[in-house]
Design a protein around this ligand. Structure first.
Ligand code: OGA
Ligand code: MN
Length: 222
């Protein structure tokens, strides 16, 4: 199988060859690791935006339904702030993810109908125990997308994303949360965890959703 670790793509974000490669990795392996999928300037603006958010923008993250299905046993230590199109930088990122959403739909017929995302900050010493972002048939999160916003992240800073194939204990991938790395994976297929970060860790987590409503019930927003 081809490697799911993709090369850097030239601007603009998510041009056709990048979309082809991401769709190919997602369909063959169920995940894609993109060390440089987005424009560096946009990534830097997102990190500046995260740093500039007012304290009252942040909420302690939960593990209940509105956060996916991490389950009662899961613990996480990040605080979160949801993105909105009202801010110019957040809007720029949401537009890029819209290109990705449409590009994946055209190639994979996934029926992704929207995208929701939040910034996360894990404090030094924080982690997120192993969990699934969605349970098949019980959630409309279909594809998870995590973008990392940390300059200079060393191997001994911890805070790795570990992706598992199944119930086993051997990680498929260990990913450092380095500036500009974007990881995509099928939300119902890959248990994952964030190992203890030795210093503050910045990221942006999002989910492409499918519409699980029907004619009698409009699918609720998160
Ligand atoms: C999440 C999550 C992984 C990461 O927000 O659900 O699993 O590497 N994040 O930040
Ligand atoms: Mn998760």
């Amino acid at each position: 199988l081809p490697t799911p670790i993709l090369p850097a793509f030239a601007e603009p974000a998510f041009a056709e060859p990048a979309l082809d490669a991401i769709a190919d990795a997602l369909s063959r392996r169920g995940y894609a690791i993109c060390p440089a999928a987005l424009d560096d300037g946009l990534v830097a603006r997102l990190e500046a935006r995260l740093q500039g958010l007012a304290p009252e923008s942040w909420r302690a993250a939960g593990t209940g339904r509105q956060h996916g299905f991490a389950g009662p046993g899961a613990t996480r230590h990040d605080k979160t702030a949801w993105l909105s199109a009202d801010d110019a930088v957040e809007s720029e990122y949401l537009r890029a993810m819209e290109i990705l959403r449409c590009g994946l739909n055209r190639r994979l017929f996934l029926g992704l109908f929207d995208y929701e995302s939040h910034f996360s900050i894990y404090p030094a010493g924080g982690h997120y125990t192993r969990h699934l972002d969605a349970l098949a048939g019980r959630s409309n999160r279909a594809v998870s997308a995590v973008l990392y916003l940390n300059e200079r992240w060393d191997a001994d800073d911890g805070g790795e994303l570990l992706l598992y194939a199944d119930a086993g204990d051997v990680a498929l991938e260990r990913i450092f949360p380095r500036m500009g790395t974007l990881v995509l994976f099928l939300s119902t297929e890959f248990p994952h965890e964030v190992t203890t970060a030795r210093r503050e860790r910045h990221s942006l987590s999002g989910w492409f959703r499918v519409n699980s409503g029907d004619s009698s019930r409009v699918d609720p927003a998160r």
